[in-house]
Design a protein around this ligand. Structure first.
Ligand code: DON
Length: 307
């Protein structure tokens, strides 16, 4: 039988390949050195089938795509009220690394921007774990979403920490508002480790499929986080996952999604499919240029827009 989906994916990759616009993230030296030609796409269905084309098994750091998964873990570990008391759910309309705190309370506007994600990292783990235990909970949780033991890329992590002045400044602002209640540097260190977890496009498709499958990993059958948590996470991905391009994305692609500065991009369609793409050149919002084109195409070819 002809493998229709891999052929379709290979053709889609071929169509976007000539587009060399955008630049890999320059603010993390290890990422700036990545091969900008890498290109991959994968689909994982909620019944556990995975289809891919291109560099689907090449590892790269998850970066901001870790944010919805860490948010899911914090909600599952602590419950909704303590997390919502610290981090809002409103789109910021600003870049991912803007401070974007609610006036008065100092609460970050949402968990997808850095201010929110740094706070969310501090909330992962039941019973106030220490920094190392918390990172282990994050890596373990991300691994359950992927159904594979994931690891941290120590070089990328160290490279980012050397230049983490902006995230440290954000964390100190959060500490000054008592949104963070512990050492700001330790939380940024843990958050940077979270961003440095290595994944492949295949892993990301499976992680997205676990969200699409209401929190149950399609391969292991494990309920990684409860169903109401997934609804919350996908809602915030829909409104905030693409930063200040979230409105364009919602109208043109219409799939809950999240991007990362290493060039990954995921989308999750409840009850149907997890999609992931990888291409390191980014647009001015920090979203993968070819990834955005691929998702536009997938959405229109297969009628994936949720509306
Ligand atoms: O906090 C940072 O700057 C990065 N480690 C993650 C940022 C990121 O991936 C933004 N997404 N497009």
């Amino acid at each position: 039988m002809r493998p229709i989906i891999p052929d379709y994916l290979a053709e889609a990759l071929g169509d976007v390949e000539p587009d060399t616009s955008g630049e890999p993230a320059a603010y993390i030296p290890e990422l700036a050195a990545a091969d900008p030609e890498r290109l991959a796409a994968a689909f994982a269905t909620v019944d556990g089938r995975v289809y891919g084309a291109g560099d689907v098994d090449v590892p790269f750091t998850i970066q901001s795509i870790s944010k919805p998964f860490a948010y899911a873990l914090a909600l599952a570990d602590r419950g909704f009220d303590p997390v919502l008391a610290k981090v809002g759910v409103e789109p910021s309309g600003e870049a991912f690394n803007e401070i974007s705190l609610e006036s008065g309370t100092g609460r970050p506007l949402n968990p997808m921007i850095n201010a929110g994600a740094i706070t969310v990292h501090s909330l992962v783990g039941a019973g106030n774990p220490g920094p190392a235990e918390r990172v282990e909970r994050v890596v373990h949780g991300l691994s359950a979403f992927a159904d594979r033991r994931l690891a941290v890329d120590e070089e990328v992590c160290a490279s980012e920490m050397e230049h983490a002045h902006r995230n440290l400044a954000i964390a100190h602002m959060l500490r000054s508002h008592d949104v963070l209640t512990e050492d700001a540097r330790g939380v940024v260190d843990g958050y940077t480790r979270q961003c440095s977890v290595l994944v492949t496009t295949r892993d990301l498709a499976m992680m997205a499929a676990t969200l699409a499958n209401h929190g149950v990993n399609p391969l292991s059958g494990e309920q990684v986080v409860p169903k109401p948590v997934v609804r919350q996470v996908l809602s915030v991905m829909f409104s905030c996952g693409m930063y200040d391009a979230a409105g364009d994305w919602a109208t043109q692609v219409g799939i809950p999604a999240k991007s990362g500065v290493a060039g990954g991009l995921i989308g999750a369609l409840p009850g149907r499919i997890g999609i992931a793409t990888f291409s390191p050149r980014l647009d001015r919002h920090g979203n993968s240029v070819r990834g955005v084109s691929l998702f536009e195409r997938f959405s229109s070819d297969m009628g994936l827009h949720v509306m």
